[in-house]
Design a protein around this ligand. Sequence first.
Ligand SMILES: NC(=O)c1ccc[n+]([C@@H]2O[C@H](COP(=O)([O-])OP(=O)(O)OC[C@H]3O[C@@H](n4cnc5c(N)ncnc54)[C@H](OP(=O)(O)O)[C@@H]3O)[C@@H](O)[C@H]2O)c1
Length: 291
Amino acid sequence: MSDEKVGFIGLGVMGYRIAANLYRAGKLSIVYNRTRSKAEEFAKTYGVEVANSVEELASRSDVIITMLSDDTAVSEVLGHVVPLSEGKLLVDMSTISPLTSAELAARVAKAGGFMFDAPVMGTSIDVEQRRITVLVGGPKEQFPRVERLLQPTAARVVYIGGNGMGLYAKLVGNMMFAIFMGGLSEAINFARAAGLTQEQIMDLFLNISGTRSPSSQLKVPKILSSDFSTQFALKHMRKDVEIMVREAQRLRVPVPITALLASLYRMAENLGLSDLDVSALAEFYSKVSAH
Ligand SMILES: NC(=O)c1ccc[n+]([C@@H]2O[C@H](COP(=O)([O-])OP(=O)(O)OC[C@H]3O[C@@H](n4cnc5c(N)ncnc54)[C@H](OP(=O)(O)O)[C@@H]3O)[C@@H](O)[C@H]2O)c1
């Protein structure tokens, strides 16, 4: 264990696995999760301490990592951390609005701490295999600390620019993934209606189509077997595309495809697919089709 005490907040699908990698590298001291049972399960497996509150974790840590759902969660949690952040390093790995993140970072800087946005490209499986890339925004001179901290859980830790820039890079990557999942769901639904077999569809997307990719390898088998167990929740993708649409309005760039997808993902959520994997967008297509 290094001298720096590292605390981790948010033991969801991604956070649990990232925290486990940090623990294995001897870098984790204490954890907190809103639903305490998840933190207790983590502590039972890995033998680290569980904080009773965000404030307790913050006051007992030099470095605080957060991996939370959305803007509301990060604002709520960091609201408790900011007043305690003097001399501390905050690394938020959640995918949230770049503006929200930059505003929080300014408050942390005013309190005498450093904050970075450090969103993740890759899935929970990639975390387990330490294949994720972390895209980092924040004060450049402190970046080597973030890089050293996250190396045990990532294949690459890449500095993008000032606060919020890691998140812009993440949104760009996810814009393409959101569009890909929309296209894939639509094409598979079309293929099924036309009478192609499961095997033919699988072969097409994994071996023949020029669009074959790690994402098709991961998602096509899930869609074809109706296995919508969550790797990346559909509700999180909806949240991401809504951030993209808001940002595009601010930047005055047209994003007609992303805007349409925001509605499609929202409709899918309203049909009860919210907590399932993003590949359940294909299920949305089945539900609204005649075949
Ligand atoms: N899953 C992926 O493949 C993936 C990939 C890249 C990026 N991301 C991004 O990473 C972030 C986390 O994703 P995930 O899949 O790990 O999500 P998740 O499984 O839904 O976990 C969300 C975490 O946030 C906590 N939380 C939510 N609202 C909170 C609040 N108001 N106060 C305190 N804690 C709160 C949850 O606590 P409880 O346990 O109490 O609910 C849980 O620990 C998201 O921004 C997502 O878009 C995910």
